[in-house]
Every structure is written in C-alpha cells, then in structure tokens.
Design a protein around this ligand. Sequence first.
Ligand code: FBP
Length: 545
Amino acid sequence: MEKSALQIARSAYQPKLPKALQGPVACKEGKPTESVGNQSDIKKLFPNTYGMPVIEFEAGEKKDFAPINVGVILSGGQAPGGHNVISGLFDGIKSINPDSKLYGFILGPGGLVDHKYIELTADIIDEYRNTGGFDIIGSGRTKLEEEWQFEKGITILRELGIKALVIIGGDDSNTNACVLAEYYAAKEYGVQVIGCPKTIDGDLKNEQIETSFGFDTACKTYSELIGNIQRDCNSARKYWHFIKLMGRSASHIALECALQCQPNICLVSEEVEEKNMSLDDVVKYIADAVALRAADGNNYGTVLIPEGLIEFIPAIKKLIAELNDVLATPEAKEIARNKQIDYVKSHISEENLKVFNSLPTDVASQLALDRDPHGNVQVSLIETEKLLSHMVADKLEKMKKAGQYDGKFATQHHFFGYEGRCAAPSNYDADYCYSLGFNASRLIANGKTGYMSIIKNTTAPAAEWIAGGVPITMMMNMEKRNGKMKPVIRKALVELDGAPFKYFASKRANWGRYTSYVYPGPIQYFGPTEVCDQSTITLKLEQGK
Ligand code: FBP
C-alpha cells in the first residue's frame, strides 16, 4: 500500500496505555450489578450473564497463559480508531502468549455467519496502525440475533479454535454481543464474547462508559470544516450556511461542534422534543434569529442541524412510531415499493395521517420507506438542511410582508457525516482505542464474557486512565423495536440539565446575534500536548474540567 509522508510518520506512533495495563494485571471485582431498567425481564432473558460485577484492573503478578485464538468483528458505521482497537487487541493477546492468533471476520457480523475471515498477522496489523477506517476487515450492519446465526457462528469458531470473540460496535451491536454471550454461556460452548464501545454518534455512554470511540475525531474533523465555512462566511458575508451533522438520534455531535465553533444557531433535537416544538416552531426559531442579525446588517450566518432532528419533533416521532409498527408486519413486507406509501396512508391513524400529509413529499416518503436492519429510519437520507432553509425562506418572506424583517437570505447547504467517520484518529482516539483493544485481551485472559471493555478517567493523562469491564446487561432495558419489546442498551441522549448543554444554552443568545466564530483548524498529531492530546469539550464539561 502506498503511503503519504504523514501516514509513514503516523504509523510509527506508539499509542499510550494506562499504567495498569503496562504489566501483568489483577482483576478487582465490584458488587453485583442490576440493569438500568426492567430488571426482572432482563434477568430472566440473561440468566447466565446478569448481575455480574464491574471490573477494574490493577497491577498484578505475572502468570503463564496458554495461547488463545480470538476473533474480531467490526460492526455498524465506521468510527475513527477501529484499527487501533484491533492492533491493541493483537498486541494484547500476543503479550499474553506469542502463539495466540487473531482472526478478523469480513464485512461485519455477516462474516461470522457466512464463515468469511482472515488471519490478522503482524504484517497486516502494522499496515493499519493509527489509521482511520474499518477497511482492514470491513464492517457491516447484519443483525446477529437469531439462533441459527449463533449456531453457524459456533461452527467456524470451533473450526478455527477461537475461544473469544470481540465485537466492536454501537448500542445495537453490543446488545447483540450480549445476546450472543448469553447464548454461548447457556449452551456451554466455551466461547467468551466481549464488546467495545464504538460510534461517532457519542450516544453509547453512561456512568461506566465515558465516551464511545470515534466521537472525538469525527467532531474535530467536522469542527475543522465548520470553522473553515465560518471563515468563508465571515469573509463574504452573503450566505446563511445550513450544516447538517451526523448522529442518527442524539445531538451530541452537533452540540460538541457548537461548543468548538460557536456558530450562530445550533438546534438540539432533545430540546426540540422537550419543548414539544412543531416543525413550524423550529422554522420560526431560525427565522427570528436570521431577522435579528439582519437588523444589525448581518445577512449571513451558520446553522448546525443534528441529523436526527426530524425524529424528535414530537408529532413526527409519534408518526414514525406508528409507521415502524405498520411496516414491521409480514403483510407490509410483501407490499411492492411503489405501493408502500398508499399502504401506510391507509393503515395509520387519522392524527398521524394529518402530520404525514403536511410533510414535504420527499420527507414523507423517506419516513415511509426503508429501515436499516435494526429498524431505524435512515435519517442520513433525509435532507433536513434543505427542508429547513426552504421553510425559513418562506417564513422570512411572510415576515417581510408584515414588516418584521428586512434583509437578504441566500443559502448554502452542507451535510457532514461520511467525511469524518474514517478520519485518521486523533491522539485521543488512537490512545483510547488501542487501550480498549488491549484491555479486551485482559478481560479475555481473565475468563470474562458478556462484558464491554472500558477505559475511564480519559481527561487525565493516559497513564492515569482506569481500565476494566462493565457487564453489558447492566446497561440494558426493554424497548420496542420492529414492533416487539426487546432487551437493548439504553441510548444516551443529550441531557438538558447536563453541563455541556447548560454551557451552550448560557452562550447561544450571544453567539446567535454577534459573530463569535471559533476556527478550530485541523487535528494535530505532533506537537504540544495542549494542541494534540485534548479530549472533546463535552467530556471535559461532563467531568467538571
Ligand atoms: P453506528 O451507530 O453504527 O456507529 O453508525 C452511526 C452513523 O454514522 C450515524 O451517524 C448515521 O446516521 C449512520 O451511521 C449512517 O449509516 P450508513 O453508514 O449505513 O449510511
């Protein structure tokens, strides 16, 4: 593979490890745990993996370990640092015993079911150290949830002598990892399953998981681009830029980018829901801000829009919930694509039909069409940035006629999502991911299954990071998916009483009216620690730093 000078320099970077992982470890176990919700249901569904303690590693005595064969799967959307989880895992199992082997399943969980794999040797691993992307083995969104898939999986795991499987994924994939761990434990198949918290969306976090990997690099990449746009915007002073940012559900990415760049407007879906805002309320909120700046002679600005916004507008959320149920029936699955819209229209309540008919046609059809394999609306396909800017333009026209606005409104549209998912990991993500992977090898060596690898205290220098494991069942509750109640990891949305949102809310009126842009610039890999090794502002505020 040809490499750029930066890639060559970067591949020599040795990610930092927490002190506890730098030598042999001992396993400190906490008290038995409970799931975050629906305890009796979750306990019944996971009799073998429920209630296990949280684990913390500390320095221990050197022990001899037999070689172990481990499998690894990358699941779901790409996130910067995935290759470092794999290289950390590789180095970890080799340090346990140099004869250990690592196998990668190709193109996500489907690779396990279809028996597509490669052995990841040192040569391959070295090519991918500190690089972005998931291309070392590819990723996929096949949902691992059926017994026949688990059974096909065990056939290949046995054939390759694999005793532990590491699934690197978001909330849905780690839910599946937990179901698989429980199944293999119940059947006494002798295969451990460990999860790793991945997703640029930042919504896989809780008391035990500080952040999901990739969030840091993706936000820094988007913030560089937003900063560049803001510089352009402030130079030409003629456009309002509507910028949609990835994050299927939660608004963590939009909020973090707002904290980094200080745009004029940033919508936060969770607030829109909390305030029970309609689409028209959202449009009015933006139009009023545009009018306020126009009154100062500033006919330009930036608006950040979280990708999942549409799903959080309460009336639309209700509609989507009913559409999900209607589309999950076997009958609906048989309906030809061109008849689907008519089908849903004739099967939803009158109230939801009214909302459905009020939406622009392309948004309505997007909501009524394909779901991803986990039953989610594919919000990245909905052009909310264009929808909003067109509606704001209409509103401003009306305001002009009523003498409430006097300005020019020219727009540009952007969607930043795929641009950030495979960026070369920041030092934070490079170190965090390597540690997560290395730590997974220690969970495996200690015989754990149904755990997620965790690294905490990550706003401190890496040596002080805390390594351990959290039972996945601890993060679960019951939710409706594809029309049925299922055990799932609870998604972490933006908390309106949390420090990051409160800080943003205290500043936004000022940022809205006066040009206060910050231009963060590109991620720096080499240089002073205060430039290269910082976590997100969200994490710092959450930790009171
Ligand atoms: P994960 O939750 O699997 O990490 O993926 C998140 C995400 O990047 C979302 O931000 C986005 O909505 C979605 O993936 C896009 O999915 P796809 O890659 O299938 O287009």
